[in-house]
Write a protein that binds this ligand. Sequence first.
Ligand code: HEC
Length: 385
Amino acid sequence: MRESSRSRVARFGVVAAGAALGLGLLAAAVPTADAADSGTVAARVELGRRLFFDPAVSRLGATSCASCHDPEQGFSDPARRSDTGRFRVPNLRDVARRAPYMHDGSLATLEDVVRYYDRGGSPNEHLDAALHPLGLSDADVADVVAFLHALTGDERPGLGALTAERSKSVRVRVVDLDGAAVADARIVVRPVGDRLRGTHGMPEPFEVRTDRNGVVEIPFPASTHIALDLAGHELGAGRLLPDCAEKVTLMATPVDTVSVVVHKGGNLIRLPSELQLAPHSSMLRSVLAPGAAGSGVLRRTRTLGSSAALYTAKVADLRALAGVSAVACSTTALGDIGVFRLDLTGGATEPLFVAAEKPDAGVLRETAALERRLVEALTSAPDAE
Ligand code: HEC
């Protein structure tokens, strides 16, 4: 019983969204290029780099991403035409800035591109024979995306355009983990991304303060994005705000705490009050070690509308998971949920989506009871005659 539940957890490392499993993880953490200085992002980039160069990701055992996107040649290969001669292999330098992707712009994000490769490309008569389904886990996908982001420089001067969508200012509301306004908070606004065309040098960071309601109107500096810093906290999931943003609410997670927003998907009936965590090695795709040393618990702190909830834990209570790059998450009531990244430097982890692809235990019990009654009714029918 225990053994089978463990091997199910392990298989999440291989089967994204676990179609064969009871519960699937639909989306995992996707890092942002700007967080590139954090240790966890560096670790992800390293794992992504290994996958990028790893021929084993191809079923043929001979091709890797790097076979076509050759780092010696700017992550391209001028001599190679792929999709059987139709398309040149694009250079991947600064690729994070070039969405949408592929010759027809058919893929919106780098995650979409990696998932496209994971599916083995789209079947057509021009498809390169080297492309096969890869069997990447969600964590693997996030790693490769992190690596692709790392091929992009921090700042490209003078290229940001004054677009029509650009807002003059963004209205930011800051709330704490309980949803209460964080009043009078000093926030440092760092201009990041591209500085606007025609400007000289990136604008300087500046300070703003939230009002009694936790609200502050931030004028957009001459850059395409801003990053917001609040001492001792992480705002939002540390994401940049683009200059088209007009209004956002950001949750401030103290750095001694880990917070995860979990969305309920599919036919999962309710989100559990606790999520159990255990180490998971996605890179090696190995089995979750029986009786694994590290473990921890995320507790539901508050519900967010009808289909999401906030889960938190103190970093100190998760020490057993230190150094673990991916954790498997499960609940006693629902079985295994999935594998994701947990940043033990504190702050918010990217939202997690969980879904039951099979009905949960309650539904199964009801169905079994109905079946029993049906069988009883049918077998007792002849007697009644
Ligand atoms: C068989 C050669 C080949 C392999 C292997 C390959 N690619 Fe590509 N890649 C291409 C070609 C050709 C294109 C352009 C396709 C198009 O334009 O429709 C491309 C496009 C891309 C793009 C979009 C670039 C842009 O500017 O639109 C990204 C990102 C990318 N590849 C990443 C990867 C990753 C990550 C892997 C490994 C999982 C990989 N590639 C494996 C040949 C390859």
